[in-house]
Design a protein around this ligand. Structure first.
Ligand SMILES: NC(=O)c1ccc[n+]([C@@H]2O[C@H](COP(=O)([O-])OP(=O)(O)OC[C@H]3O[C@@H](n4cnc5c(N)ncnc54)[C@H](O)[C@@H]3O)[C@@H](O)[C@H]2O)c1
Length: 255
């Protein structure tokens, strides 16, 4: 049976665990060749090895433009021009604005925003050579609304949403589509307790129409759709996968 990503060459950042790992696994299952980029070398290499010949790992700190150039070169050398990029690597910085340090704000902007910026610039020529492609930028529901003690994160994720829209316009002539995905809480190491257990029962989840975190695969399903040609008329748009978290205040009254 034909895969939904047959013939695609993808780079997935932050693919050593969590959502990025789920996306890399799903992409390979659907026929893509995948380069996983992460700063977590051992974990990333082990995910790639478990995927066999269709996957490679590259050390990639998304804040570093020269590492991006090397990652794209590796993808091209191993598999051909890049046709899909998932800018998934991200960091969560917790601090109420009164206590937020400049260093922490810069860290969030560096990884979440600048990483996405470098990634889009780095793949542009390769995607153009491939005849076009799809870029999926992982923002957050925090890119659509304020969240307590998450100013550094929310600022970066709003910016990713804005940059996505501009990229969709700037890259359109090269037949490159660019969309953002806005997950609510997802059951990954980012939200899990230090011992790896889920925080599904967090008080915030009880206010949701769907009263739990998303599973990484539930986000990967959306990313897969956007990476594939099934989303051929979608660009510059926001795709929310949040269990209804952005529905409104009535969530709090739903019992
Ligand atoms: N988990 C959630 O609740 C949630 C909700 C909304 C959005 N998101 C976003 O989804 C994306 C994936 O998060 P996750 O839940 O899988 O988290 P995670 O912490 O499990 O995984 C993040 C990955 O990014 C990598 N990473 C961090 N800094 C990097 C850098 N400078 N260069 C390369 N890789 C780097 C980490 O090593 C890790 O493998 C992130 O952009 C995150 O902000 C997460």
């Amino acid at each position: 049976m034909a895969g939904r990503l047959d013939g695609k060459v993808a780079i997935v950042t932050g693919g050593a665990q969590g959502q990025g790992e789920a996306e890399a696994r799903r992409f390979v299952a659907e026929g893509a060749s995948v380069v996983i980029g992460d700063i977590s070398d051992e974990q990333g290499a082990s995910v790639a090895a478990s995927l066999g010949d269709a996957a490679r790992f590259v050390h990639l700190d998304v804040t570093d433009a020269s590492q991006w150039a090397a990652a794209v070169k590796l993808a091209e050398g191993e598999f051909g021009p890049v046709s899909v990029l998932v800018n998934n690597a991200g960091v969560l910085v917790f601090a109420p604005l009164q206590q937020l340090t400049e260093a922490d704000l810069r860290k969030s902007l560096d990884v979440n925003l600048m990483g996405t910026f470098h990634g889009m610039q780095a793949v542009y020529k390769s995607m153009k050579a491939a005849g076009g492609g799809s870029i999926v930028n992982i923002s957050s529901f925090g890119g659509m609304t304020g969240l307590p003690a998450l100013g550094a994160y929310v600022a970066a994720k709003f910016a990713v949403r804005g940059l996505t829209k501009t990229a969709a316009i700037d890259f359109a002539r090269a037949n490159i589509r660019v969309n953002s995905v806005h997950p609510g809480g997802v059951d990954t190491p980012m939200t899990q307790a230090p011992d790896g257990t889920s925080t599904d029962d967090a008080p915030f989840n009880l206010t949701l129409p769907i009263k739990r975190h998303a599973r990484p695969d539930e986000i990967a399903n959306m990313v897969l759709f956007l990476a594939s040609d099934e989303s051929s008329y979608c660009t510059g748009s926001e795709f929310v996968v949040d269990g209804g978290g952005l529905c409104g205040l009535h969530n709090l009254m739903s019992g």
